[in-house]
Ligand binder design. Structure first.
Ligand code: ASP
Length: 441
């Protein structure tokens, strides 16, 4: 297996994991065996990726900003990034709305299926928890998100993976102050973070050595914890519309990569594929972030000045796949329950899904919490909320896996475009885990 490219090894691991999961479902005690003995391998891998996410964001952003020669460059990169993120997200929502209106997946759902899904899932603790979490978020004021972005204790922010935006804020603030004290006096700090950055990227290489085995465990566990196949079948048309929309988004990214950077889109997909496969296996853009950064910088050639800002910010606020899914799911639920949505309602969906995808955490299942807010904004009565979520719950995990791939690909695409626009898209410089191994072994 040594000469096989990483993405092939990961793909083989995924396929074997799927097969293993299906076999375990047929064997008495197979489910418990997988949960006890296989699942922990995947969980450890995800933990390792999360472990290095905060040090990587901190080191690479501080390095990225302190490498800038003037601060106005940073403003330019920042404004471009946010602007392009909003455009791609609105595009994703529009594709979702167009497809769900043309294909009408909700019309085919029978009363019987609705009753069955409602009975199975509406009282499910996970559905109830998502509704409760959404109502907590809705009670906050319009500027709450800005307030939440500013930490009152740097070490507190650094010790919580959920506070990624606070870490980004702190790192940018520190980086700008370093620029302002001048190169000479900032030198020791810069050397420290440069070195930390190299070290953490090496940790990514080392963690990735176990990726093929880890994805095997992750996917085997997804299979053994999945729902009754009959229920999945009833939702096939809805799931098909979401997946079609997500595929169209990947095509869209390829077109913009080719148009704006003049790079071959197939090369782009090949280089980014390990990050995509991990996004699929973990359903978490946050856990995938270290790998996305490593691929984009070392294998695609985006300069750290750009990637260190665009990717962590993207992982937290840019979720094209999630917003597309929210648009399709919201309209599907209305269709299935026989409720009308006006054109104005659909515009409301565009706006709330945009805000909701910005507000969604980059972790499994977060998109569904914000879907509650989208549904409420277009007037779904609160008593129908659990039924609405019950309708889509069974296929949420597989769709989450797919939309996370799009979320990650979107971030990588935007980083390339921003890099190209500021002259920071160069040639890739691939580093391997054992580049200096001979010196230390
Ligand atoms: N799992 C997604 C992500 O991490 C968010 C979601 O759509 O639930 O990007």
């Amino acid at each position: 297996m040594k000469k096989l490219a990483l993405h092939w090894k990961i793909l083989i691991g995924m396929l074997l994991g799927l097969v293993f999961g299906f076999v375990m479902l047929q064997i008495g005690g197979g489910r418990a065996f997988t949960e006890d003995w296989i699942k922990p391998i995947g969980s450890i891998f995800v933990k390792l990726l999360k472990l290095i996410a905060i040090p990587l964001i901190l080191a690479s952003l501080i390095k990225g900003i302190s490498d800038l020669k003037d601060i106005s460059k940073f403003k330019n990169i920042g404004l471009k990034t946010i602007g392009i993120y909003i455009v791609t997200t609105v595009f994703a929502i529009s594709i979702g709305l167009a497809l769900v209106n043309i294909m009408q997946p909700g019309d085919g759902v029978s009363e019987e299926t609705i009753a069955k899904l409602t009975e199975t899932y509406s009282k499910n603790s996970s559905v109830q928890a998502k509704i409760a979490e959404a109502s907590k978020q809705m009670d906050s004021g319009p500027l709450q998100f800005l307030e939440d972005m500013v930490p009152d204790n740097a070490f507190n922010a650094l010790s919580n993976n959920k506070l990624m935006l606070q870490v980004i804020f702190f790192a940018i603030f520190l980086g700008i102050a370093m620029l302002l004290i001048g190169e000479k006096r900032a030198k020791p700090m810069k050397a420290l973070f440069d070195s930390l950055n190299d070290i953490v990227l090496k940790m990514v290489d080392l963690i990735m050595l176990s990726a093929p085995v880890a994805v095997f465990a992750l996917l085997a566990n997804v299979v053994v914890s999945s729902d009754d196949p009959d229920i999945l079948y009833a939702l096939l048309k809805y799931a098909g519309v979401v997946v079609l929309g997500l595929v169209l988004m990947i095509v869209f990214y390829c077109v913009i990569v080719a148009t704006f950077t003049k790079k071959n889109p197939f090369w782009f997909l090949k280089e980014i594929s390990p990050a995509q496969l991990l996004a699929f296996s973990t359903s978490s853009s946050a856990a995938t972030l270290p790998v996305t950064m490593e691929r984009v910088e070392e294998h695609i050639g985006v300069d750290k000045e750009v990637s260190s800002f665009v990717l962590p910010v993207g992982a937290t606020i840019n979720m094209d796949g999630t917003s597309l899914y929210q648009a399709v799911a919201a309209v599907f639920i209305f269709q299935a329950l026989g409720l009308d949505l006006t054109f104005a309602d659909q515009i409301t969906i565009v706006l709330t899904a945009l805000l909701a995808s910005i507000g969604s955490a980059a972790v499994p299942g977060a998109g569904m919490v914000m879907l509650v807010i989208v549904l409420e904004s277009v007037g779904l009565p609160p008593e129908l909320l659990p039924i609405g979520l019950a309708l889509i719950f069974a296929v949420d995990r597989p769709l989450d896996m797919c939309r996370t791939v799009v979320n990650v690909t979107g971030d990588a695409t935007v980083s390339m475009i921003v890099a190209k626009s500021v002259g920071k898209l160069g040639d890739p410089k691939v580093k391997n885990w054992d580049d200096n191994y001979d010196e230390v072994k």
